[in-house]
Design a protein around this ligand. Structure first.
Ligand code: ADP
Length: 365
């Protein structure tokens, strides 16, 4: 046998072996040519994507009945984190991945993630239902506790005070869990112009009220732009960062609220001169109930859900949370917005204000 024939046989054997492996895969594997036509697919592509080899050879991928979601995903440039309903069965959720190879060819991978999606939905529903069910009894208990006057039963005054604190804490946890559940169910939020001059002014006043005169609060409004987004949710996120800065900065410290234009968009930051956070905790801070120090968080009236809410709100606005901190020196929490979110302000306001704190109390919106 000539060397060429031997090589051809070896290659054919390897190709056969590769296809056998691909056939055994539970994930759909689809090879597409430069024009998006089917060049080959494994058997799993049948039940998952409705494509069969060799019957569909040369057919355009993403065409045919039920394939609108797949076509839209391909047309949108195949965003990585997307999940779509299977063109064969809408109950089946597929996670897709598109990889370029060779000369303009593409490899489409589809995995059935229905079970994980269902479990995630069960978890979300459970948290939402439990929080909702707890809300009414807690409101009743809280209401009665408010009615009881410690002066009527001086011996029970300390107990009553503790009961009020704890019931308020529970109420706050339930409210934050409901906020998170609500955010998780959203795919997008209403988009309105957020007048940043008024927004920043309100945040500064909140900081002052929470601080009760214990910190120096400054506002630097250096971006002549308003934001496009959901006023309620963004205010909640911005306000959470302000509340954290006040709660985790000892008396006498400074808190700066900043809004500035950058080359890549705009940034809203809250900078404090507080306790700071050890570097190893930074990647986990936005997880639910994650706290650097549970006792300090509790003592400060925290629920451990604030930054999780902030992260969800920002992701619904295509924005990111950046956290920088030095232990013992302070922290900077920055919301990074893309330029598409910016609207020129009708009245330009580049001024800087520096104010001392007034009085008030902590509030999670
Ligand atoms: P909490 O309600 O406990 O404040 P968050 O989700 O808002 O929950 O924050 C999570 C944890 O991150 C806090 O418990 C605290 O340990 C830490 N943290 C948040 N903001 C700051 C800050 N500005 N300075 C220092 N630590 C902070």
């Amino acid at each position: 046998m000539s060397a060429d024939r031997e090589r051809a046989q070896r290659l054919a054997g390897q190709l056969h072996h590769l296809r056998t492996v691909a056939r055994a895969l539970p994930d759909a594997l689809v090879l597409m040519d430069g024009a998006g036509r089917l060049a080959w697919c494994n058997p799993a592509a049948g039940p998952l994507l409705g494509l069969t080899w060799p019957a569909d050879r040369g057919a355009r991928v993403g065409q045919g009945e039920g394939a609108a979601a797949l076509a839209a995903w391909l047309a949108a440039g195949a965003p990585e984190s997307d999940e779509i309903a299977s063109p064969v069965d809408t109950e089946v959720r597929l996670q897709l991945l598109l990889l370029p190879y060779g000369d303009a060819c593409r490899l489409l991978l589809a995995r059935d993630v229905s079970r994980v999606t269902r479990l995630e939905q069960v978890r979300r529903d459970f948290v939402a239902n439990v929080s909702h069910e707890l809300r009414t009894p807690l409101t009743v208990i809280h209401g009665y506790l408010e009615l009881l006057d410690p002066k009527d039963v001086p011996a029970l005054a300390p107990v009553l005070g503790e009961m009020r604190t704890q019931s308020e804490r529970m109420r706050q946890i339930v409210e934050d869990l409901l906020t998170l559940s609500h955010l998780e169910m959203q795919h997008s939020l209403p988009q309105e112009r957020i007048a940043m001059t008024a927004q920043l002014d309100s945040l500064r006043r909140e900081a002052e009220a929470l601080s009760q005169g214990h910190h120096r609060v400054t506002l630097e409004d250096g971006a002549a732009f308003d934001l496009l987004g959901s006023p309620k949710e963004l205010h909640s996120a911005f306000s959470n960062l302000v509340s954290n800065a006040v709660r985790y900065t000892p008396a006498g410290g400074t808190i700066a609220i900043r809004w500035k234009r950058t080359a890549a968009g705009a940034e809203y930051s809250v900078v404090d001169s507080g306790y700071g956070i050890p570097a190893e905790h930074l990647p986990r801070l936005t997880e639910r109930f994650y706290r650097v120090s549970s006792s300090r968080s509790r003592a400060k009236g925290g629920t451990g859900l604030g930054l999780s809410i902030v992260k969800h709100v920002l992701s619904l606005h295509g924005a990111e949370l950046r956290i920088e901190s030095t232990l013992g020196k302070g922290s900077t929490f920055t919301c990074v917005f893309q330029p598409e979110r910016l609207l020129p302000r009708s009245v330009k306001n580049d001024g800087m204000t520096s104010l001392r704190a007034g009085d008030g109390r902590r509030r999670r919106p």
